[in-house]
Design a protein around this ligand. Structure first.
Ligand code: 13P
Length: 283
């Protein structure tokens, strides 16, 4: 196993694959992600949004991910996803998150830069990877019945300035995707991915990975995306598997028997994504 997350991000960049960030908020989801990672020797990042982190417990999430990595040999890391509150982000750094995402995309550029810099300064001493965001990536991690509205993308000059002045490691790039699954798939600006990767020399992250066509994911990776975030598709298979299990066996009350189905469904979906992203590192 490589030493840390930056080593894996560099490997992904050099070898042209992407590392999946898979969000979780329950133990069976985390077990499913870890199982996929272990069986495929694939580096994965577990993501917790603020809500997911508060439900699971930040200390508990870090302790479990570290135990999986250090005791069980799973190449697994943890990122605080879309952190907006500086105190919460600093707490994540102190507790032992491997990465934190400061989402200042709703702020004006000056405030976004100044707070992102504060996070970078705080995280640097502890070797924690920092992700920044300039243009807002909208939507929500759910299944929507309506069509997705493509929004206007931020100017590349603003993005380059943000990266230069803050020194964040990874960039959540607005490239046409939004969070969630809609009745149509997003139109991705592949040239923008390539341009951002070259001009910022940072690790490019694709948010809103659910509901994107497989061919588009492959093209995005070719153009320089090294991290792809998936939440909605995992939530959907988790929910469907749990619902089916409980409907098929209404008298079952043993949690570890009920939750095998949702754990395995999450694991299967995670494996599919790992193969698609090219991060199956089995020899
Ligand atoms: P999806 O819900 O579309 O997979 O997006 C997840 C995400 O980008 C988390 O930051």
């Amino acid at each position: 196993m490589l030493k840390n997350l930056i080593d894996y991000l560099n490997k992904a960049k050099n070898e042209n694959f992407a590392i999946g960030q898979f969000n979780f908020s329950t133990i069976d989801q985390l077990q499913g992600i870890a199982k996929a990672s272990l069986e495929m020797s694939a580096p994965v990042i577990c993501g917790t949004s603020t809500g997911e982190a508060q439900f699971f417990g930040m200390y508990e999430a870090v302790a479990m991910v570290k135990a999986l990595r250090e005791e069980r040999g799973v190449p697994i890391f943890i990122n605080l996803d879309h952190g907006k509150d500086i105190d919460l982000i600093k707490k994540a750094v102190d507790i032992g998150y491997d990465a934190v995402h400061f989402d200042g995309s709703e702020l004006d550029i000056e405030d976004n830069i100044s707070l992102a810099k504060e996070v970078v300064d705080y995280a640097k001493n502890k070797d924690v990877v920092v992700e920044g965001e300039v243009g807002k990536i909208g939507g929500s991690s759910s299944v929507h019945e309506d069509k997705l509205e493509q929004s206007t993308l931020t100017s590349m000059d603003k993005i380059v300035r943000f990266i230069k002045e803050t020194g964040v490691d990874t960039l959540a790039l607005d490239a046409g995707t939004v969070h969630g699954v809609y009745s149509n798939s997003p139109e991705i600006d592949f040239n923008r991915i390539e341009e951002a990767s070259i001009k910022t020399n940072s690790f490019i992250v694709l948010h809103g990975g659910s509901g994107v066509e497989d061919e588009d994911i492959k093209e995005a990776v070719k153009k320089g995306v090294v991290k792809i975030n998936i939440n909605t598709e995992l939530r959907a298979v988790w929910r469907d598997a749990l619902y089916k299990e409980m409907s098929d066996n209404p008298k079952q009350i043993v949690p570890y028997k009920i939750l095998c189905a949702s754990r395995d469904a999450v694991s299967k979906k995670t494996k599919q994504k790992i193969i698609l992203f090219g991060s199956d590192l089995r020899q």
